[in-house]
Design a protein around this ligand. Structure first.
Ligand code: PMP
Ligand code: GLN
Length: 379
């Protein structure tokens, strides 16, 4: 069978988590918490299911959840979005990204992505018949060169995919990045897919910004987020997309035939959580900043050189003082010989640069982080 995605293999996240399990290693590779979610959320899930809310949800998501999402956007960004027309609940951010790309990208269109890029963007563009144009962000600050972006826009360019806070670099867009993006999108009549799944994890009192904060950009943007990240339930696969009504109508045509709707009891549980425990969202940055700081402190004596982590739950480290082997090999060695699993950065690039960087996930109990740091300090 001729493959539609010939270059796609098993994702690095599955590979490393499997190796970590086989090796009984501490898994700091795939991004997910090793601690539980709020007991309130679990009670709500069970309650709504017991109440019999186990059939199809409405295609765009249950209205109370969409209303809570609109309220969250108003609290975080002081922007009004219409729950009926501008919000759709999806089965994780992954589904939202996929549907957004299928809705926008036509055969022959070019899509600008920034490497290192999250792994689900390029295959979705390819399935839509589009072509990704990869611009490289370089360590240690991984800033976008907007002049370079402008230089790569042509009549085939349709979409720019951005991700702030950024996985895997942990960098956060400045106000000026958003302005430059808005200028290019509006000037050239492009669209923007803004992956904001780590939106509530921005550290050190940096402002939390969204594409939704910039009117010109918001008018041409699909904004994607994930409750998996926000409420420590990555396995629930619940996320959403926000877009202007006309764009959302196209998005829903795809969503309708990809999944139709998402897990009903979880939608009710998350709506109750957002309404009754807004502090879980507003306190998330502090919660993860403490974890970042504990991990960084634990690595004080190590030969790893840590890069600044401004957001997300990932920490990058340069291991060149420890070894000169390529990062994929280094991660296998670290997992097998030292029982710590991490993600090599080269897998996030179309053409990996010569660098020695790995990504650790610090969404872990402090005891896990301490134990891991203890081992890493011995390298
Ligand atoms: N985008 C980015 C940048 C991510 O890191 C992730 C999750 N790892 C996703 C999208 C997918 O989110 P979800 O698990 O809600 O599908
Ligand atoms: N987003 C998670 C990460 O970056 C992985 C999600 C997945 O396994 N697909 O680690």
């Amino acid at each position: 069978l001729p493959s539609k995605l010939p270059q796609v293999g098993t994702s690095i996240f599955s590979q490393m988590s499997q190796l970590a399990a086989e090796q009984q290693a501490i898994n700091l590779s795939q991004g997910f918490p090793d601690f539980g979610c709020s007991p309130f959320l679990l009670e709500q899930l069970s309650n709504f299911s017991q109440l019999g809310l186990n059939q199809y949800a409405p295609m765009p998501g249950i209205l109370p959840l969409r209303q809570q999402i609109a309220a969250l956007i108003a609290r975080c960004y002081q922007q009004r979005v219409c729950p009926e027309q501008q919000i759709t609940v999806t089965s994780g951010a992954t589904e939202a990204l996929f549907c957004g790309i299928q809705a926008l990208v036509q055969p022959g269109d070019e899509v600008i992505v920034f490497d290192p890029a999250y792994d689900s963007y390029a295959p979705a563009v390819q399935l839509a018949g589009g072509k990704t144009v990869h611009l490289v962000l370089t360590a240690p600050d991984f800033r976008v060169d907007w002049q370079q972006v402008a230089d790569h826009i042509n009549e085939r360019t349709k979409l720019i995919i951005v991700n702030s806070p950024h996985n895997p670099s942990s960098q956060v867009f400045r106000h000026d990045d958003w302005l430059q993006l808005e200028r290019l999108v509006c000037q050239h009549g492009l669209y923007c897919l803004s992956d904001e799944v780590y939106e509530h994890m921005v550290f050190d009192q940096r402002p939390q910004l969204s594409a939704l904060c910039f009117a010109g950009l918001a008018a041409r943007a699909l904004v994607v987020s994930s409750f998996g990240k926000t409420f420590h339930v990555t396995g629930w696969k619940l996320g959403y997309c926000v877009a202007p009504a006309q764009l959302m109508a196209e998005f829903r045509k795809v969503h309708q035939y990809v999944t139709f709707s998402s897990f009903t009891p979880a939608q009710h549980a998350i709506a109750a959580m957002l309404q009754q425990h807004p502090e879980q969202v507003s306190g998330l940055a502090h919660f993860y900043q403490q974890k970042r700081d504990a991990f960084v402190d634990g690595l004080q004596g190590s030969r790893l050189q840590l890069l600044p982590a401004e957001g997300t739950y990932f920490q990058l480290a340069d291991y060149s003082a420890i070894s000169d082997i390529p990062d994929v090999e280094f991660c296998r060695w670290l997992t097998i010989e030292h029982k710590i699993a991490a993600i090599p950065l080269s897998v996030f690039y179309q053409t990996p640069p010569a660098q020695r960087l790995v990504r650790f996930c610090f969404a872990k109990e402090e005891s896990t982080l301490q134990q891991a740091a203890g081992v890493l300090c011995q390298l």
